[in-house]
Design a protein around this ligand. Structure first.
Ligand code: SF4
Ligand code: SF4
Length: 452
């Protein structure tokens, strides 16, 4: 589940540094109006993806809607399809969804379903197939309604992640899925095609990991909100790859600057913040924080691990890689805590903020373990924020976040802010020097409403 440089332009942070000479996100664009900088490019992420999907469909490629990071995009790509994330992040479609779904349901599920009812998501409207998984109960049951009028295929995801036979079952599900695609599209999905698709996805994951690694620097050259925008609803678009490369070059060459008051480094975890649902991240950063790592499905979680290209059986390699994604629908989900530990070591947060969408029971129940892990193992404060897509509680959330940051500052905990020994190995030295330097906000220009 994944965003354009959305929202209104925000004011510069109080102690903002001068704009860099070569800005990743400089405004203006080229004289012909085309996007030239990475931020301009990803500000047009939805229109770009629409253009790409329409051209692909015109060439006969099937459009495949996906709704979860357990879906192996590689199998869809190997069969010639175009995987597009469909998760809804808009509050506007929720009233329509509530005519059929309970009000007390996760907003992500309701928003996605609302787009379906209103026929408001152009990717969903052009989808030849929608791939779903048996993850949380709300999603599973929503898919049944979706399948009344849309072509839905459900992958059965076993949930005892440490059981060997569960992995065997998941592998069998991927084999069935491959066979279904072959039969449906009249193609052969050969092992070699799967390896090629896995290499493409590994490349994309590596490029995005490298960008995220910039946040490990004591003075990250962009905000968490800006990083969240540097991705696409459709995987494997060559133009995106070029922009990831350019963004890294520009951002890693950015000159350092020293702020009057360093922001509080935040590790965010919990539910995905899909396109349009980035409000809590914005509140955190507007309140004096800097989200240096996002453990969730719109952040690092789906890009931390690659598919083993040397494995003799590419389906085994895919099954192994995807099955071990640390989502709260798994029991036990110890890998989430292990991942948080790894991220804390690399990104040196001063607190953990856990975002829970209302009625998301799995993440909600798991929040107790995450709190204990943050406080007792990582030794940093933890804040749980439960909300939905409505902005009605924004002021209350801001007060709680500001209180957390005040406590951290009062405690004089500057840990990690200026410790060059902790810089991630992939982060270039040039950004590992001093103070935060958020780039100018981007102008929103997307016209679509969802991604994943
Ligand atoms: S949080 Fe879990 S259910 Fe949601 S997209 Fe991620 S893996 Fe899928
Ligand atoms: S946020 Fe929670 S309830 Fe919502 S779709 Fe994801 S796992 Fe399900």
């Amino acid at each position: 589940m994944d965003s354009s440089c959305g929202g209104s332009p925000k004011p510069e942070p109080a102690a903002a540094c001068p704009p860099p000479a070569t800005a990743c996100c400089s405004r203006g664009g080229s004289p012909d109006g085309a996007a030239r900088t990475p931020c301009e490019h990803f500000a047009r992420m939805i229109p770009n993806c629409l253009e790409y999907a329409r051209a692909a469909k015109a060439q006969g490629r099937p459009i495949v809607g996906i709704l979860c990071e357990y879906t192996p995009r590689e199998l869809i790509l190997a069969g010639g399809g175009v995987p597009v994330c469909l998760c809804g992040g808009s509050a506007d479609t929720i009233p329509a969804a509530e005519t059929q779904l309970p009000a007390n349901l996760c907003p992500l599920i309701k928003s996605t379903f609302g787009y379906h009812l209103q026929r408001g998501n152009p990717f969903l409207e052009m989808a030849d197939l929608i791939v779903a998984e048996t993850t949380c109960d709300g999603k599973k049951k929503m898919y049944e309604l979706l399948a009344e009028t849309r072509p839905v295929y459900v992958l059965e995801l076993p949930q005892k992640v440490d059981d060997a036979d569960a992995l065997v079952h998941w592998r069998a599900e991927l084999c069935k899925f491959r066979a279904m695609l072959e039969q449906r599209w009249g193609v052969e999905i050969a092992d070699e095609r799967i390896r090629e698709a896995a290499a493409l996805m590994n490349r994309e994951r590596a490029l995005r990991r490298r960008l995220a690694s910039l946040m490990a620097a004591p003075a990250p050259p962009l905000s968490g909100r800006q990083l969240l925008d540097l991705k696409s609803s459709i995987a494997g678009i060559p133009a995106d790859f070029e922009q990831y490369e350019t963004a890294f070059d520009l951002l890693s060459a950015k000159p350092p600057c020293a702020p009057a008051e360093p922001p509080v480094r935040v590790l965010m975890t919990g539910v995905p913040m899909v396109h349009g649902a980035e409000r809590v991240l914005e509140i955190v950063e507007d309140s004096g924080g800097l989200v240096v790592a996002m453990e969730n499905c719109t952040g690092l979680k789906p890009i931390l691990d690659d598919v083993d290209l040397d494995h003799p059986d590419p389906i085994d390699a895919l099954a192994d890689r995807y099955f071990h994604l640390p989502c709260s629908v798994m029991t036990r989900n110890d890998r989430r805590l292990e991942t948080l530990g790894r991220l804390a070591e690399t990104y040196r947060p001063q607190c953990v903020i856990d975002l829970i969408w209302q009625a998301c029971l799995t993440y909600d129940v798991e929040s107790h373990r995450v709190r204990r892990y943050a406080e007792e193992t990582l030794g940093i404060p933890y804040l749980r924020i439960e909300t939905d897509y409505s902005p009605s509680d924004s002021a209350r959330i801001a007060v709680r976040v500001e209180g957390l940051f005040e406590t951290i500052r009062d405690a004089g905990d500057g840990a990690g802010l200026h410790d060059p020994r902790s810089v991630h190995p992939e982060a270039p030295d040039s950004v590992a020097t001093t103070g935060p330097c958020a780039l100018p906000p981007c102008d929103a220009s997307g016209d679509g409403k969802s991604d994943g």
